[in-house]
Write a protein that binds this ligand. Sequence first.
Ligand code: RP5
Length: 166
Amino acid sequence: MKRTPLVGILMGSDSDWPVMEQAAKTLDSFGVPCESRVLSAHRTPELVRRYASGALARGLKVIIAGAGGAAHLAGVIAAHTTLPVIGVPVESKSLKGLDSLLATVQMPKGVPVATVAIDNAANAAILAVQCLALSDKRLQRALVQHKRKLESSAVKADRALSRTTR
Ligand code: RP5
């Protein structure tokens, strides 16, 4: 049976999917159900408003929004919901994502968007899991495991490098 999604992954265009797919994969690796949608702040503004304003009632806990260029998607979503919104600036062709980064991160006071690094949709998913883990012991344990794995691969890399540079 399909579980109710806890995280909504939105993107301005299907061209963002190769980046945003990393969020879906990461959430899946933590066993967190999510849904992915293409919704654009400027191409489908009414659908964005409806999605964001109904998200809490549908059981979503966190929204991840990725867009490139004049990337106002995450900010517009944040305007229409009290759920935490995590923005992923997607790399753009002309300005290499600097435009997306500034448009996503520079939210005026009162309407925050927690912004991760350019194209780092995996970090957006981990941050979403950290939000959910505040009231979920299984996810707390999974996050501890995640940090252990990071540590052991860094230690392994250190050992391998120090062997070759001795
Ligand atoms: C933004 O414009 C999208 O989020 C995407 O990153 C960018 C380009 O969109 P396409 O022209 O590829 O549809 O709205």
